[in-house]
Each structure stands twice: as structure tokens, then as C-alpha cells.
Design a protein around this ligand. Sequence first.
Ligand code: ADP
Ligand code: MG
Length: 297
Amino acid sequence: MGLSNVPYIPPGDLEEVEDEWGMPIFLGGGGNGAVQLMRIKSTQVLCAVKTQYKHLNEETASQSFESIKGLECIPTFFGVTLPPDDGPFPAIVQEFVTNGQSYTATSLYDATDKRLITKDNSLQVAMDICLALRDMHARYWLHCDIKSDNILLQPSSVADDTEDLWDDVDSVASWEPTQDIYPTESNPNFKIKLIDFGLTLNMNDQEQYLQFTDERQAEVMKNSIHVAPEVITGQRPFSKASDVFSIGRVLKDLSVVGDDYLLRLGEQCMKPNPDERPKLDDVIDIINVRIQSVKIP
Ligand SMILES: Nc1ncnc2c1ncn2[C@@H]1O[C@H](COP(=O)(O)OP(=O)(O)O)[C@@H](O)[C@H]1O
Ligand SMILES: [Mg+2]
């Protein structure tokens, strides 16, 4: 079960966290795997344990562990363990991205749904998402599955308080913030964390072309509107440009509650021809210019 380079956490070092009815807490997942909230006994740190449904290639896992270690834009990767469901593949143990209020995380999807994102902070949130992806690209990783439910938002006040919180971890569920932890319009202090590395690819590895039957292609086109068309049709491999396409979808989602400008930028990023899409650095510059211009009264 051990992977060289990747810390192994024995199941005995982890304990389940229970809800008020004594049931284990699942943060997500369904048919293909599950993410369970657990606690590392020795440190009392809460973690999200993700059951894998495909085998972790030893070399890739070790490589990815080394290259993403310390990246701020993703949850800290603690190691691997035996899967809680007795499945055949190692489970991933990572930092639990808390919203500070409950045993759940706030995804970008939830945040837009609950209008935690406003016209005034939407540009900054868009910028932080792009910067997070740029950090991944800088380490030669393509995310390949960027969408609103694979982006978590952690209020910075919670992130900063996290250390204190861990001292008294049993109180997390009942912990009440002393002040409104969601940013006010002038204080858009979310920390963005990208999650779900099920499809992540290393740019140094062989390019990945999808091969679907026509029928499956049509299905994926319809259900995975965040995946670039040239990837679904198998004409081109996953690339930085296909990640930009997915970012485009996110910008359009953000524009619904936020700045209209993001709608047009999102459309540019979602151009069917990957060569016509802006580069991620251009997207960042464009958002930056907009942030500066709306500051001026
Ligand atoms: N590190 C984490 N901290 C908090 N919640 C998480 C974490 N990782 C996953 N989740 C929750 O579990 C859900 C499913 O996890 P994800 O890695 O996206 O798996 P899936 O392949 O099922 O989409 C996420 O949408 C999120 O709500
Ligand atoms: Mg997901």
C-alpha cells in the first residue's frame, strides 16, 4: 500500500468524526468514490479522506506529491491511507477546507448560489481562481476538471484562525464566529483552494487524448459543459488552453452574481477554437485592468 515518497498514514492513526446522530460525515462523493471527514489522532487535525476509484500510479503519485507540496492553492496533502470502505486503492488524506461554521466546505457553486459573491468581490474571486490555476500550471500540472464545485472558498479569517481552532477541535461544530466571517464588499478575503485531482495531468507526461464513441461524446458534451470541445471530440489533448476553457465557464458562472465583464471574458475563454482563446496570463491581466478601473470613481 505504501508509496515511496508519499507519507503513509495507518488507518489506526485516523478516527471518524461523527455528526450529532453518531453517523460518519461525508463531505461529498457518490457512485465513484467518497470523501469522508476524519481526524488525525496524534495532531487532532481534521482531514478529508478521499477514496480513489482508480489506481494511483506509484511514480505519478510520488512525483505529484513532490511537485504540489506546499502549493497554497490546494489543500495540504498529508498522505495516503487504507480506504475506509475496504476498497482496493489507497485513499488520499488531505487538509479539510473548512468554512469555519460547520463540518462542510463552501464551494464556488454554493457561494454563488447563496450570493456570498457579489458584484464587488466577484472580480477578486475570479482573479484568485486564475492565480491558483497559474500556480498549478507553473508546476507543470493541468487540472483538467475546473468547475464551480471543484473550487472551495475558505474565508481568510478562518484560515488565519485555523491554528487556534485545531487546539480545540471538538468545538468546531459549535464554534460561532465573533464577527461576520464572510467578507464585506470592501474586504473580499476568500482563500481559493482547487480540489479534485482525479483527472489532473502532468505536462511532462504523454499527452492525453480522450477516445469516446459518438454516442458517449454527445453525452459528455451535454453533461460536462466545462470540458473543452476539442478534448471531448479527441481532436486535441488536454492542455493549458483546455483549462482556460474551463475557467471561462467559471467566469460565466461568476458573472451571474457579479460583474458582467466576466461574462464577455468567459465567452472569449470558451471559444471553440483553442488557438483563439486568451492565455491564462492574458486573462489575469484583463481582470487586473478591470479591478483597477472599477476602483476609480
Ligand atoms: N479537502 C476538502 N475539504 C473539504 N471538502 C472537501 C475536500 N475535498 C473534497 N471535499 C468535498 O467533497 C466533494 C467531492 O470531492 P471531489 O474531490 O471533488 O470528488 P469527486 O470526484 O467526487 O467530485 C467536493 O465537492 C467537496 O464538497
Ligand atoms: Mg469534484
